[in-house]
Design a protein around this ligand. Structure first.
Ligand code: ADP
Length: 317
């Protein structure tokens, strides 16, 4: 009996193991159940110190070879993911305004076959979305087997922005709403259960918090105001949200502590240097897919025979 219980637990744990990552990445994973203090994660950490002093473009030029290698490895990994058709990959991107979510998506996407990747951005929910449970709008657009799905913002907004701005919360029955005891803990538990369910059904979940410092956000906002081509990127809403920096930090810390699990870990990505954040995300995604040890579908002897018949037919045309 004891052996049965042990074996059963082992089998379940095996199925819901987390992704494989490179060694340098490990220190940026939020340990499950550990209280997070974001100031202990260095947003300005880089692998290559000499690049720090360079402008973004100069760093990019120097890194171009590495970035190209990253893109090629990711493209290979994605092709294998699609061919094996066993797992889907869900990439969740969160971060303060200007943290670099869009640029990271462009970088990660640029190498992969567009047919194998889908991006979904989530804005303020519509009236229809607010009329359903908070996970409803996300469920329908989860990645299928063989696909990479990127969520630019996600169901984590439902424990972040609505906590900092309670007026943006959907109308729940009073007894069940945010004033009820244990409401937010309940949402964290729901999210953990939702993710466990997805992982057990073949979705690899990789969650990235793009971590920038408040000073770096100021630089990026100013950059948008100093450069005519970037005016369109500037939003006064971003400036208004900046006033809530400390509240967001606290809310992020609580969320990260409660929802980083072995099977769906949070990565706190050092994102003050854009090239660092992009390489980081590309490497995690690639090594997570490679770590699945997938193989291309085997072609049977019978199928080979049929292929040879087709080849002969074409050649004799
Ligand atoms: P982004 O900043 O991602 O480029 P927008 O500027 O359009 O895109 O911002 C989207 C807005 O939608 C953000 O202010 C975000 O907080 C808000 N939002 C996203 N999800 C939710 C949600 N579930 N509830 C309330 N607001 C949300």
């Amino acid at each position: 009996m004891l052996f049965y219980i042990f074996f059963n637990k082992w089998v379940i744990d095996m199925e819901i193991k987390g992704p494989k990552v490179k060694d340098y990445i490990k220190k940026f994973i939020v340990e499950p159940q550990k209280k997070v203090q974001l100031k202990k994660f260095d947003s300005g950490w880089v692998q290559n110190e000499t690049l720090k002093a360079l402008s973004e473009d100069a760093a990019k030029d120097l890194l171009e070879k590495k970035l190209a290698r990253d893109r090629a490895s990711l493209a290979d990994a994605q092709e294998l993911l699609a061919a094996a058709h066993e797992y889907g990959v869900l990439i969740v991107l969160q971060g303060m305004d200007t943290a670099g979510k869009d640029g990271t998506i462009r970088h990660v996407m640029s190498g992969v076959n567009p047919q194998g990747c889908e991006v979904h951005g989530f804005k303020v929910p519509s009236a229809e979305e607010h009329a359903h449970d908070f996970l409803w709008r996300y469920y329908d657009v989860l990645p299928e087997r063989g696909m990479i799905g990127i969520f630019n913002r996600s169901y984590y907004e439902d424990v972040l922005v609505v906590r900092v701005h309670p007026e943006r919360m959907e109308a729940l029955p009073k007894k069940l709403g945010p004033d009820a005891k244990g409401f937010w803990e309940g949402r964290y538990k729901d999210i953990n259960a939702f993710e466990k369910h997805l992982v057990k059904n073949g979705t690899v979940i990789l969650k990235f918090f793009l971590h920038i410092s408040k000073d770096e956000q100021k630089n990026r906002l100013l950059d948008r105001l100093q450069n005519k081509d970037k005016y369109w990127k500037f939003s006064t809403a971003d400036l208004a949200e900046r006033q809530y920096w400390d509240q967001y930090t606290k809310t992020y810390e609580e969320m990260l502590s409660a929802t980083s699990t072995e099977y769906a870990p949070w990565f706190v990505v050092p994102a003050d240097y854009k090239w660092m954040a992009r390489t980081f995300v590309a490497e995690v995604v690639t090594s997570a897919i490679v770590g699945l040890n997938l193989s291309y579908p085997k072609v049977s002897d019978e199928q080979i025979k049929q292929l040879m018949v087709a080849k002969k037919k074409l050649e004799s045309e």
